[in-house]
Design a protein around this ligand. Structure first.
Ligand SMILES: [Fe+2]
Ligand SMILES: [Fe+2]
Length: 166
């Protein structure tokens, strides 16, 4: 059995994972509305991942004889300034998730709840990957932007002065 405190915190995390799923679903639809179907599909996968995280936590709570309750969800952000803005928001979100997972781990260590500690290790590792994935995309968006400017610069360099007939 988990302590009341640990169970409550994990159930809160389940609800936060579901909220995360909604955050990514909104991002997917923002990308779709901008005509970026690849980005849309990337965020759809991210959405599926978050549902998987919620389910993984739910299974654990149920296995430990606990009780999962689903809360009402906070409204998510639907509007963004750009794709870069979306990914920066996504990185920020993942950093918050990481700190929440760390907080759960701190409680589990404090309570000498070794099963929970072992279970949470998967999420600790997962967060390293999640943050790294998003950071890599942010870097790529910036690089591609520069590459676009380079191509435009090359194109503009082609302009020559051709004197029209007087
Ligand atoms: Fe997650
Ligand atoms: Fe995540």
């Amino acid at each position: 059995m988990l302590t009341e405190k640990l169970e409550k915190e994990i159930v809160e995390q389940i609800n936060f994972e579901l909220y995360s799923a909604n955050v990514y679903l909104a991002m997917a639809n923002f990308c779709a509305s901008e005509g970026y179907s690849g980005f849309e599909s990337w965020f759809q996968v991210q959405y599926e991942e978050e549902l998987f995280h919620a389910k993984k936590f739910m299974k654990f709570i149920n296995e430990k004889g606990g009780r999962v309750t689903i809360a009402s969800m906070d409204e998510v952000k639907n509007e963004y300034d750009s794709l870069l803005d979306v990914f920066e928001a996504s990185l920020h979100h993942e950093q918050e998730v990481t700190s929440r997972i760390y907080n759960l781990m701190d409680i589990a260590i404090d309570e000498r709840e070794h099963a929970t500690r072992s279970f949470l290790n998967w999420f600790v590792d997962e967060q390293v990957e999640e943050e790294d994935n998003v950071r890599a995309i942010i870097d790529k968006i910036k690089l591609v932007k520069d590459a676009g400017m380079y191509l435009l610069d090359q194109e503009l360099a082609q302009r020559t002065f051709v004197a029209p007939p007087l």
